[in-house]
Design a binder for this molecule. Sequence first.
Ligand code: HEC
Ligand code: HEC
Length: 356
Amino acid sequence: MSVRLAASRSAFLTLALPGFLLALAGCAKETPKEPEVPAYVPEVVAIPAPPPGFEPVPEPPDNPSTPEKAALGRQLFFDKRLSVDRSRSCYSCHVNEHGLTDGLPVAVGAGEKKLTRSSPTLWNIGYHKEFYWDGRSPTMEKQAMAAWTGGNMGAKDHESEIVGKLNALPGYKAQFQKVFGTDVTADNMMKAITAYERTFFCGDTAFDKFQQGDQTALSDEAKRGWELFRTKAGCGTCHAGILLTDLQYHNVGAGMDAPEPDVGRKKVTNDEKDTGAFKTPTLRNITKTAPYFHNGSKATLDEAVDFVLGGGYPNKYLDTKNLKKVKLTKKERDDLLAFLKSLECQGMLVEPKLPE
Ligand code: HEC
Ligand code: HEC
C-alpha cells in the first residue's frame, strides 16, 4: 500500500520535472523495477472559486472540501461500478447534454426499474439546503447515500460487496488512505462525491454577464423578457435571486390531474397544505433540461412556460398567492422565452480516467 502511494507520488512529481532532471535522477539511481500495474495518478485540480456574485459554497464541518477529495469524488461520480449491476453511475442520470438531467420524463434506475420522478439538474446544487423535489433529504451526503442504496443505483444489501470491490482497486484504496486515512468506506465515498458536487457552478450565462454590467450580453428581447420575468409575468417571486429559485416548495398543479397525484412535500412535513408542493427548480440551463416538472409532464419549454402562464393546474392546494394567470402578448411571450434562453451555462463535467 505505502509503496504504491509513494510510487504514485513520485509519478506525480516526475510529470512536473523538466526532462534533464529526469535524466539526472536516472543516472543517480538504479531504475526501480516497473510495477505490474502502473500506479493510478488522479487528476487533481484546484477547487474552482464561486462565480462573480455567488457566495462561497457552504460545507459541512465534517466534510471540508480539498482538491484531492473532489478529484476522488469525480471518479466515483462517473464510476458505474458503484451500482449493483454496473449499469449506472451518478453521471448516467445527470449528463451534460441534458443540463445534468437525463432527458427522460421519469428516471430509470438499476435493473431498468422505472422511478417515479424526473432527474433534476445538479448545477449550483451546493447552495441548496434540502435535497430532492420534496426536500426529504437534509444533507447532500445523505442524498448521495440514498441515490446509491436506493432504486437509482440499487446498492442496498450489496454495500459491503461494492465497497470491497472498490477497495481492491489500488488506485481507489490509495486515494481513500490519502484523503480520509481509511480504506474505502460508504460514508467516505459520499463525502468525496459531495465535495465534487460542490464544484458544480453555473454562473457564466449571458444573463450573468449582463448582471455584471455587460449591456451587450443580452439581446433587447431578452432584456425585456428579464423585466417581464420580474414584474408582469410574476416568475421572480418563486424563481428568485441569483439561483433563480427560492428553494421553497409550491404547488403549481403539475401532476395534480393524475388519479393518485404525487403528494410531494406533504410526505415530508405531514402538513396537508403541502400536498403537491415541490421545490422550485432553478431555471439555469432550462433550455437543456426537458422534459419539465417533477413528473416530466411537459415535453418542451414552450409548453412548460404556457402551463405556468396559465396559472398552473387548478387544484385545492394550488399556490394562488404566488402563481397568477398572466396574459402576455405574443411578443411578450417571445421576450420571456428569449430571457430563459439566456440562462445557458458554459460549464461541463469531464469524465476522468478511472482506477483499474
Ligand atoms: C437512475 C437515475 C439516477 C441516478 C443513477 C442518480 N440520480 Fe440523482 N436524482 C435522480 C432523480 C430521479 C432525482 C429526484 C428524485 C426525487 O426528487 O424524488 C435525483 C435527485 C438528485 C439530487 C437532488 C437534487 C435537488 O434538486 O434536490 C442530487 C444532489 C442527486 N440526485 C445526485 C446524485 C448522485 C450524487 C448520484 C450518485 C450517487 C445520483 N444522483 C444518481 C436520478 C438519478
Ligand atoms: C408559485 C411559485 C412559482 C411561480 C410564480 C412560477 N414558478 Fe416556475 N415552477 C415552480 C415550481 C414549484 C416548479 C416545479 C413544480 C413541479 O415540478 O411540480 C416550477 C417549474 C417551472 C419550470 C419547469 C422547470 C423544470 O426544471 O422542470 C419552468 C420552465 C418554470 N417553472 C418557469 C416559470 C416561469 C417562466 C414563470 C413565470 C411565468 C414561473 N415559472 C412562475 C414555482 C413557480
